[in-house]
Design a protein around this ligand. Structure first.
Ligand SMILES: *Cc1c(COP(=O)(O)O)cnc(C)c1O
Length: 474
């Protein structure tokens, strides 16, 4: 389609945006476009396509950052050309990464925070892979030194985020998963029962995906001490603190889940969750230098200079680390405590509101001593003419994403709904979502849907593909 040619012959760049040829064309979908286009028009085109994406801050399924200060946007833009792997070209970005690693090691009570090792990653999944690999290497070295079989490593965990199932499959380590019990978290006894001489680590989740609860790292550590006393098996703990690592140190400092426990050899944290950094930020921190086998660290010289690399990817953006440093410096312990306390306060308010809904039963109420700022509930009335999946659908019509899913094996008959409260969810927004939940329930109770979706026939919960909100369950 051609653009209008007005009688005076005005040049095409004066065309109204929506009278321009790209806007009057169909989107290129499968063939690589042949000609160039005007950047302004194509920006509008792409921008408009993204309107269907939904409002990130109304996505109450995700754990990830959806609100940042303007200074963070500015630093991200300033850093767009910085490749974090290129420590020779961008030594100051590398310096900020080193400072962040030391600060986190100190926050997590490592014995020598400036001497230990750690790395930024693209998220907790990469950090989990690296920590798992380090555990596998340590185990293999110890076994090989004793001339023992090294062919069948395993790790023990409770109901975990999908990254641990990936770790098991990608790196050939058997996953021994404790089914979900009525308390929703792995108990120390259940963990110990699955440990043997081939166990590279017990992975404890500090801020569980399904309910938001903390696993009892201290209890698991004590049980492993006891196991060592009885059998001689010395099994380390890795803590998956993807979301707990940036809340407990500020809102529940008395909880002992980190390097204060000598058995905890590594911790992963998602900078882009409660760490408040933009998407693409994670951390893996080791207790001491010796806990990260040096064979896993590569030194490369082809970017100029020598640089150590221990990451799955090579090139990565530097902005996430720059902004993490900004957040740590700008907020400090005091600021993080204020932000996270406010988040918990909103979450507790929401939990009380949800608990007041007669049809619902709260499974987790965002208690800072027991978990992250998350609220999880189930439908108490099993004969209700609707399901939580229907409630999720109703809320979606108002723009809220509040996922409904079934719990993992052990509790797979239970369907739940969950809200993750994050930085940027105000009390007023919480009131709005509460009012919409109340209204959705009233509407569904009064006008039963033609077909009732029960837990048994609902698609099972999969971290990567949730029926109601694909891609947002991380
Ligand atoms: C989110 C999450 C992960 C995965 O982290 P990403 O940063 O999304 O890669 C792993 N474990 C737990 C407990 C999580 O909450």
């Amino acid at each position: 389609m051609t653009t209008s040619q007005d009688p005076a012959g005005a040049p095409e760049e004066f065309d109204d945006e929506f009278a321009s040829s790209p806007m009057l064309s169909h989107a290129p979908k499968s063939r690589f476009p042949s000609a160039e286009n005007d950047p302004r028009q194509i920006y509008q085109f792409v921008h408009d396509e993204l309107m269907l994406d939904g409002v990130a801050r109304m996505n109450l399924a995700t754990f990830c950052t959806t609100w940042v200060e303007p200074e963070v946007r500015q630093l991200m833009s300033d850093s767009i050309d910085k490749n974090i792997v290129d420590k020779d070209e961008y030594p100051q970005t590398a310096e900020l990464e080193t400072r962040c690693v030391s600060m986190l090691a100190e926050l997590f009570h490592a014995p020598s925070p400036t001497a230990t090792l750690g790395t930024s990653t693209t998220g907790s999944s990469e950090a989990a892979m690296l920590s798992g690999l380090a555990a596998k290497w340590r185990w293999r070295k110890q076994r090989a030194a004793l001339g023992k079989d090294v062919s069948r490593p395993n790790f023990v965990c409770g109901p975990v985020q999908v990254c641990w199932e990936k770790f098991g499959r990608y790196f050939d380590v058997e996953i021994r998963q404790v089914p979900m019990g009525p308390g929703h978290v792995m108990t120390p006894d259940e963990a110990i029962a699955r440990c043997d001489e081939n166990t590279i680590a017990v992975v404890a989740t500090f801020g569980q995906t399904f309910t938001g609860k903390f696993e009892d790292v201290e209890g698991i550590s004590r049980a492993l001490d006891d196991l060592q006393g009885r059998t001689g098996l010395d099994i380390p703990i890795h803590v998956d603190a993807a979301s707990g690592a940036f809340v407990a140190p500020f809102c529940a400092p008395q909880l002992c889940w980190d390097f204060r426990l000598p058995r905890v050899k590594s911790i992963n944290a998602s900078g882009h969750k409660t760490g408040l950094a933009p998407l693409g930020s994670g951390w893996a921190i080791w207790r001491e230098k010796e806990d990260l086998p040096e064979e896993l660290i590569f030194d490369v010289n082809y970017l100029g200079g020598q640089m150590p690399s221990f990451n799955l990817n090579f090139s990565r953006p530097g902005g996430q680390v720059v902004c993490s440093y900004y957040n740590f410096f700008r907020l400090g312990r005091q600021g993080y405590t204020k932000v996270q306390s406010a988040t918990y306060a909103v979450a507790r308010h929401l939990a009380r509101g949800v608990a007041d809904i007669e049809e619902f039963e709260i499974l987790f109420d965002a208690d800072p001593l027991r978990g992250i700022p998350a609220i999880t509930w189930t439908l108490a009335d099993r004969d209700a003419p609707y399901s939580l999946f229907d409630v999720a659908e109703e809320l979606r019509t108002r723009g809220w994403l509040v996922p409904a899913y079934t719990l993992p094996p052990g509790q797979q008959d239970v369907a739940v709904q969950r809200i993750i409260v994050r930085h940027g969810l105000s009390l007023d927004m919480a009131d709005m979502v509460l009012a919409d939940i109340v209204q959705a329930v009233a509407k569904l109770a009064a006008r039963p849907p033609a077909r009732k979706l029960v837990a048994a026939e609902a698609p099972s919960f999969n971290h990567d593909a949730v029926p109601v909100v694909p891609d947002s369950m991380v």
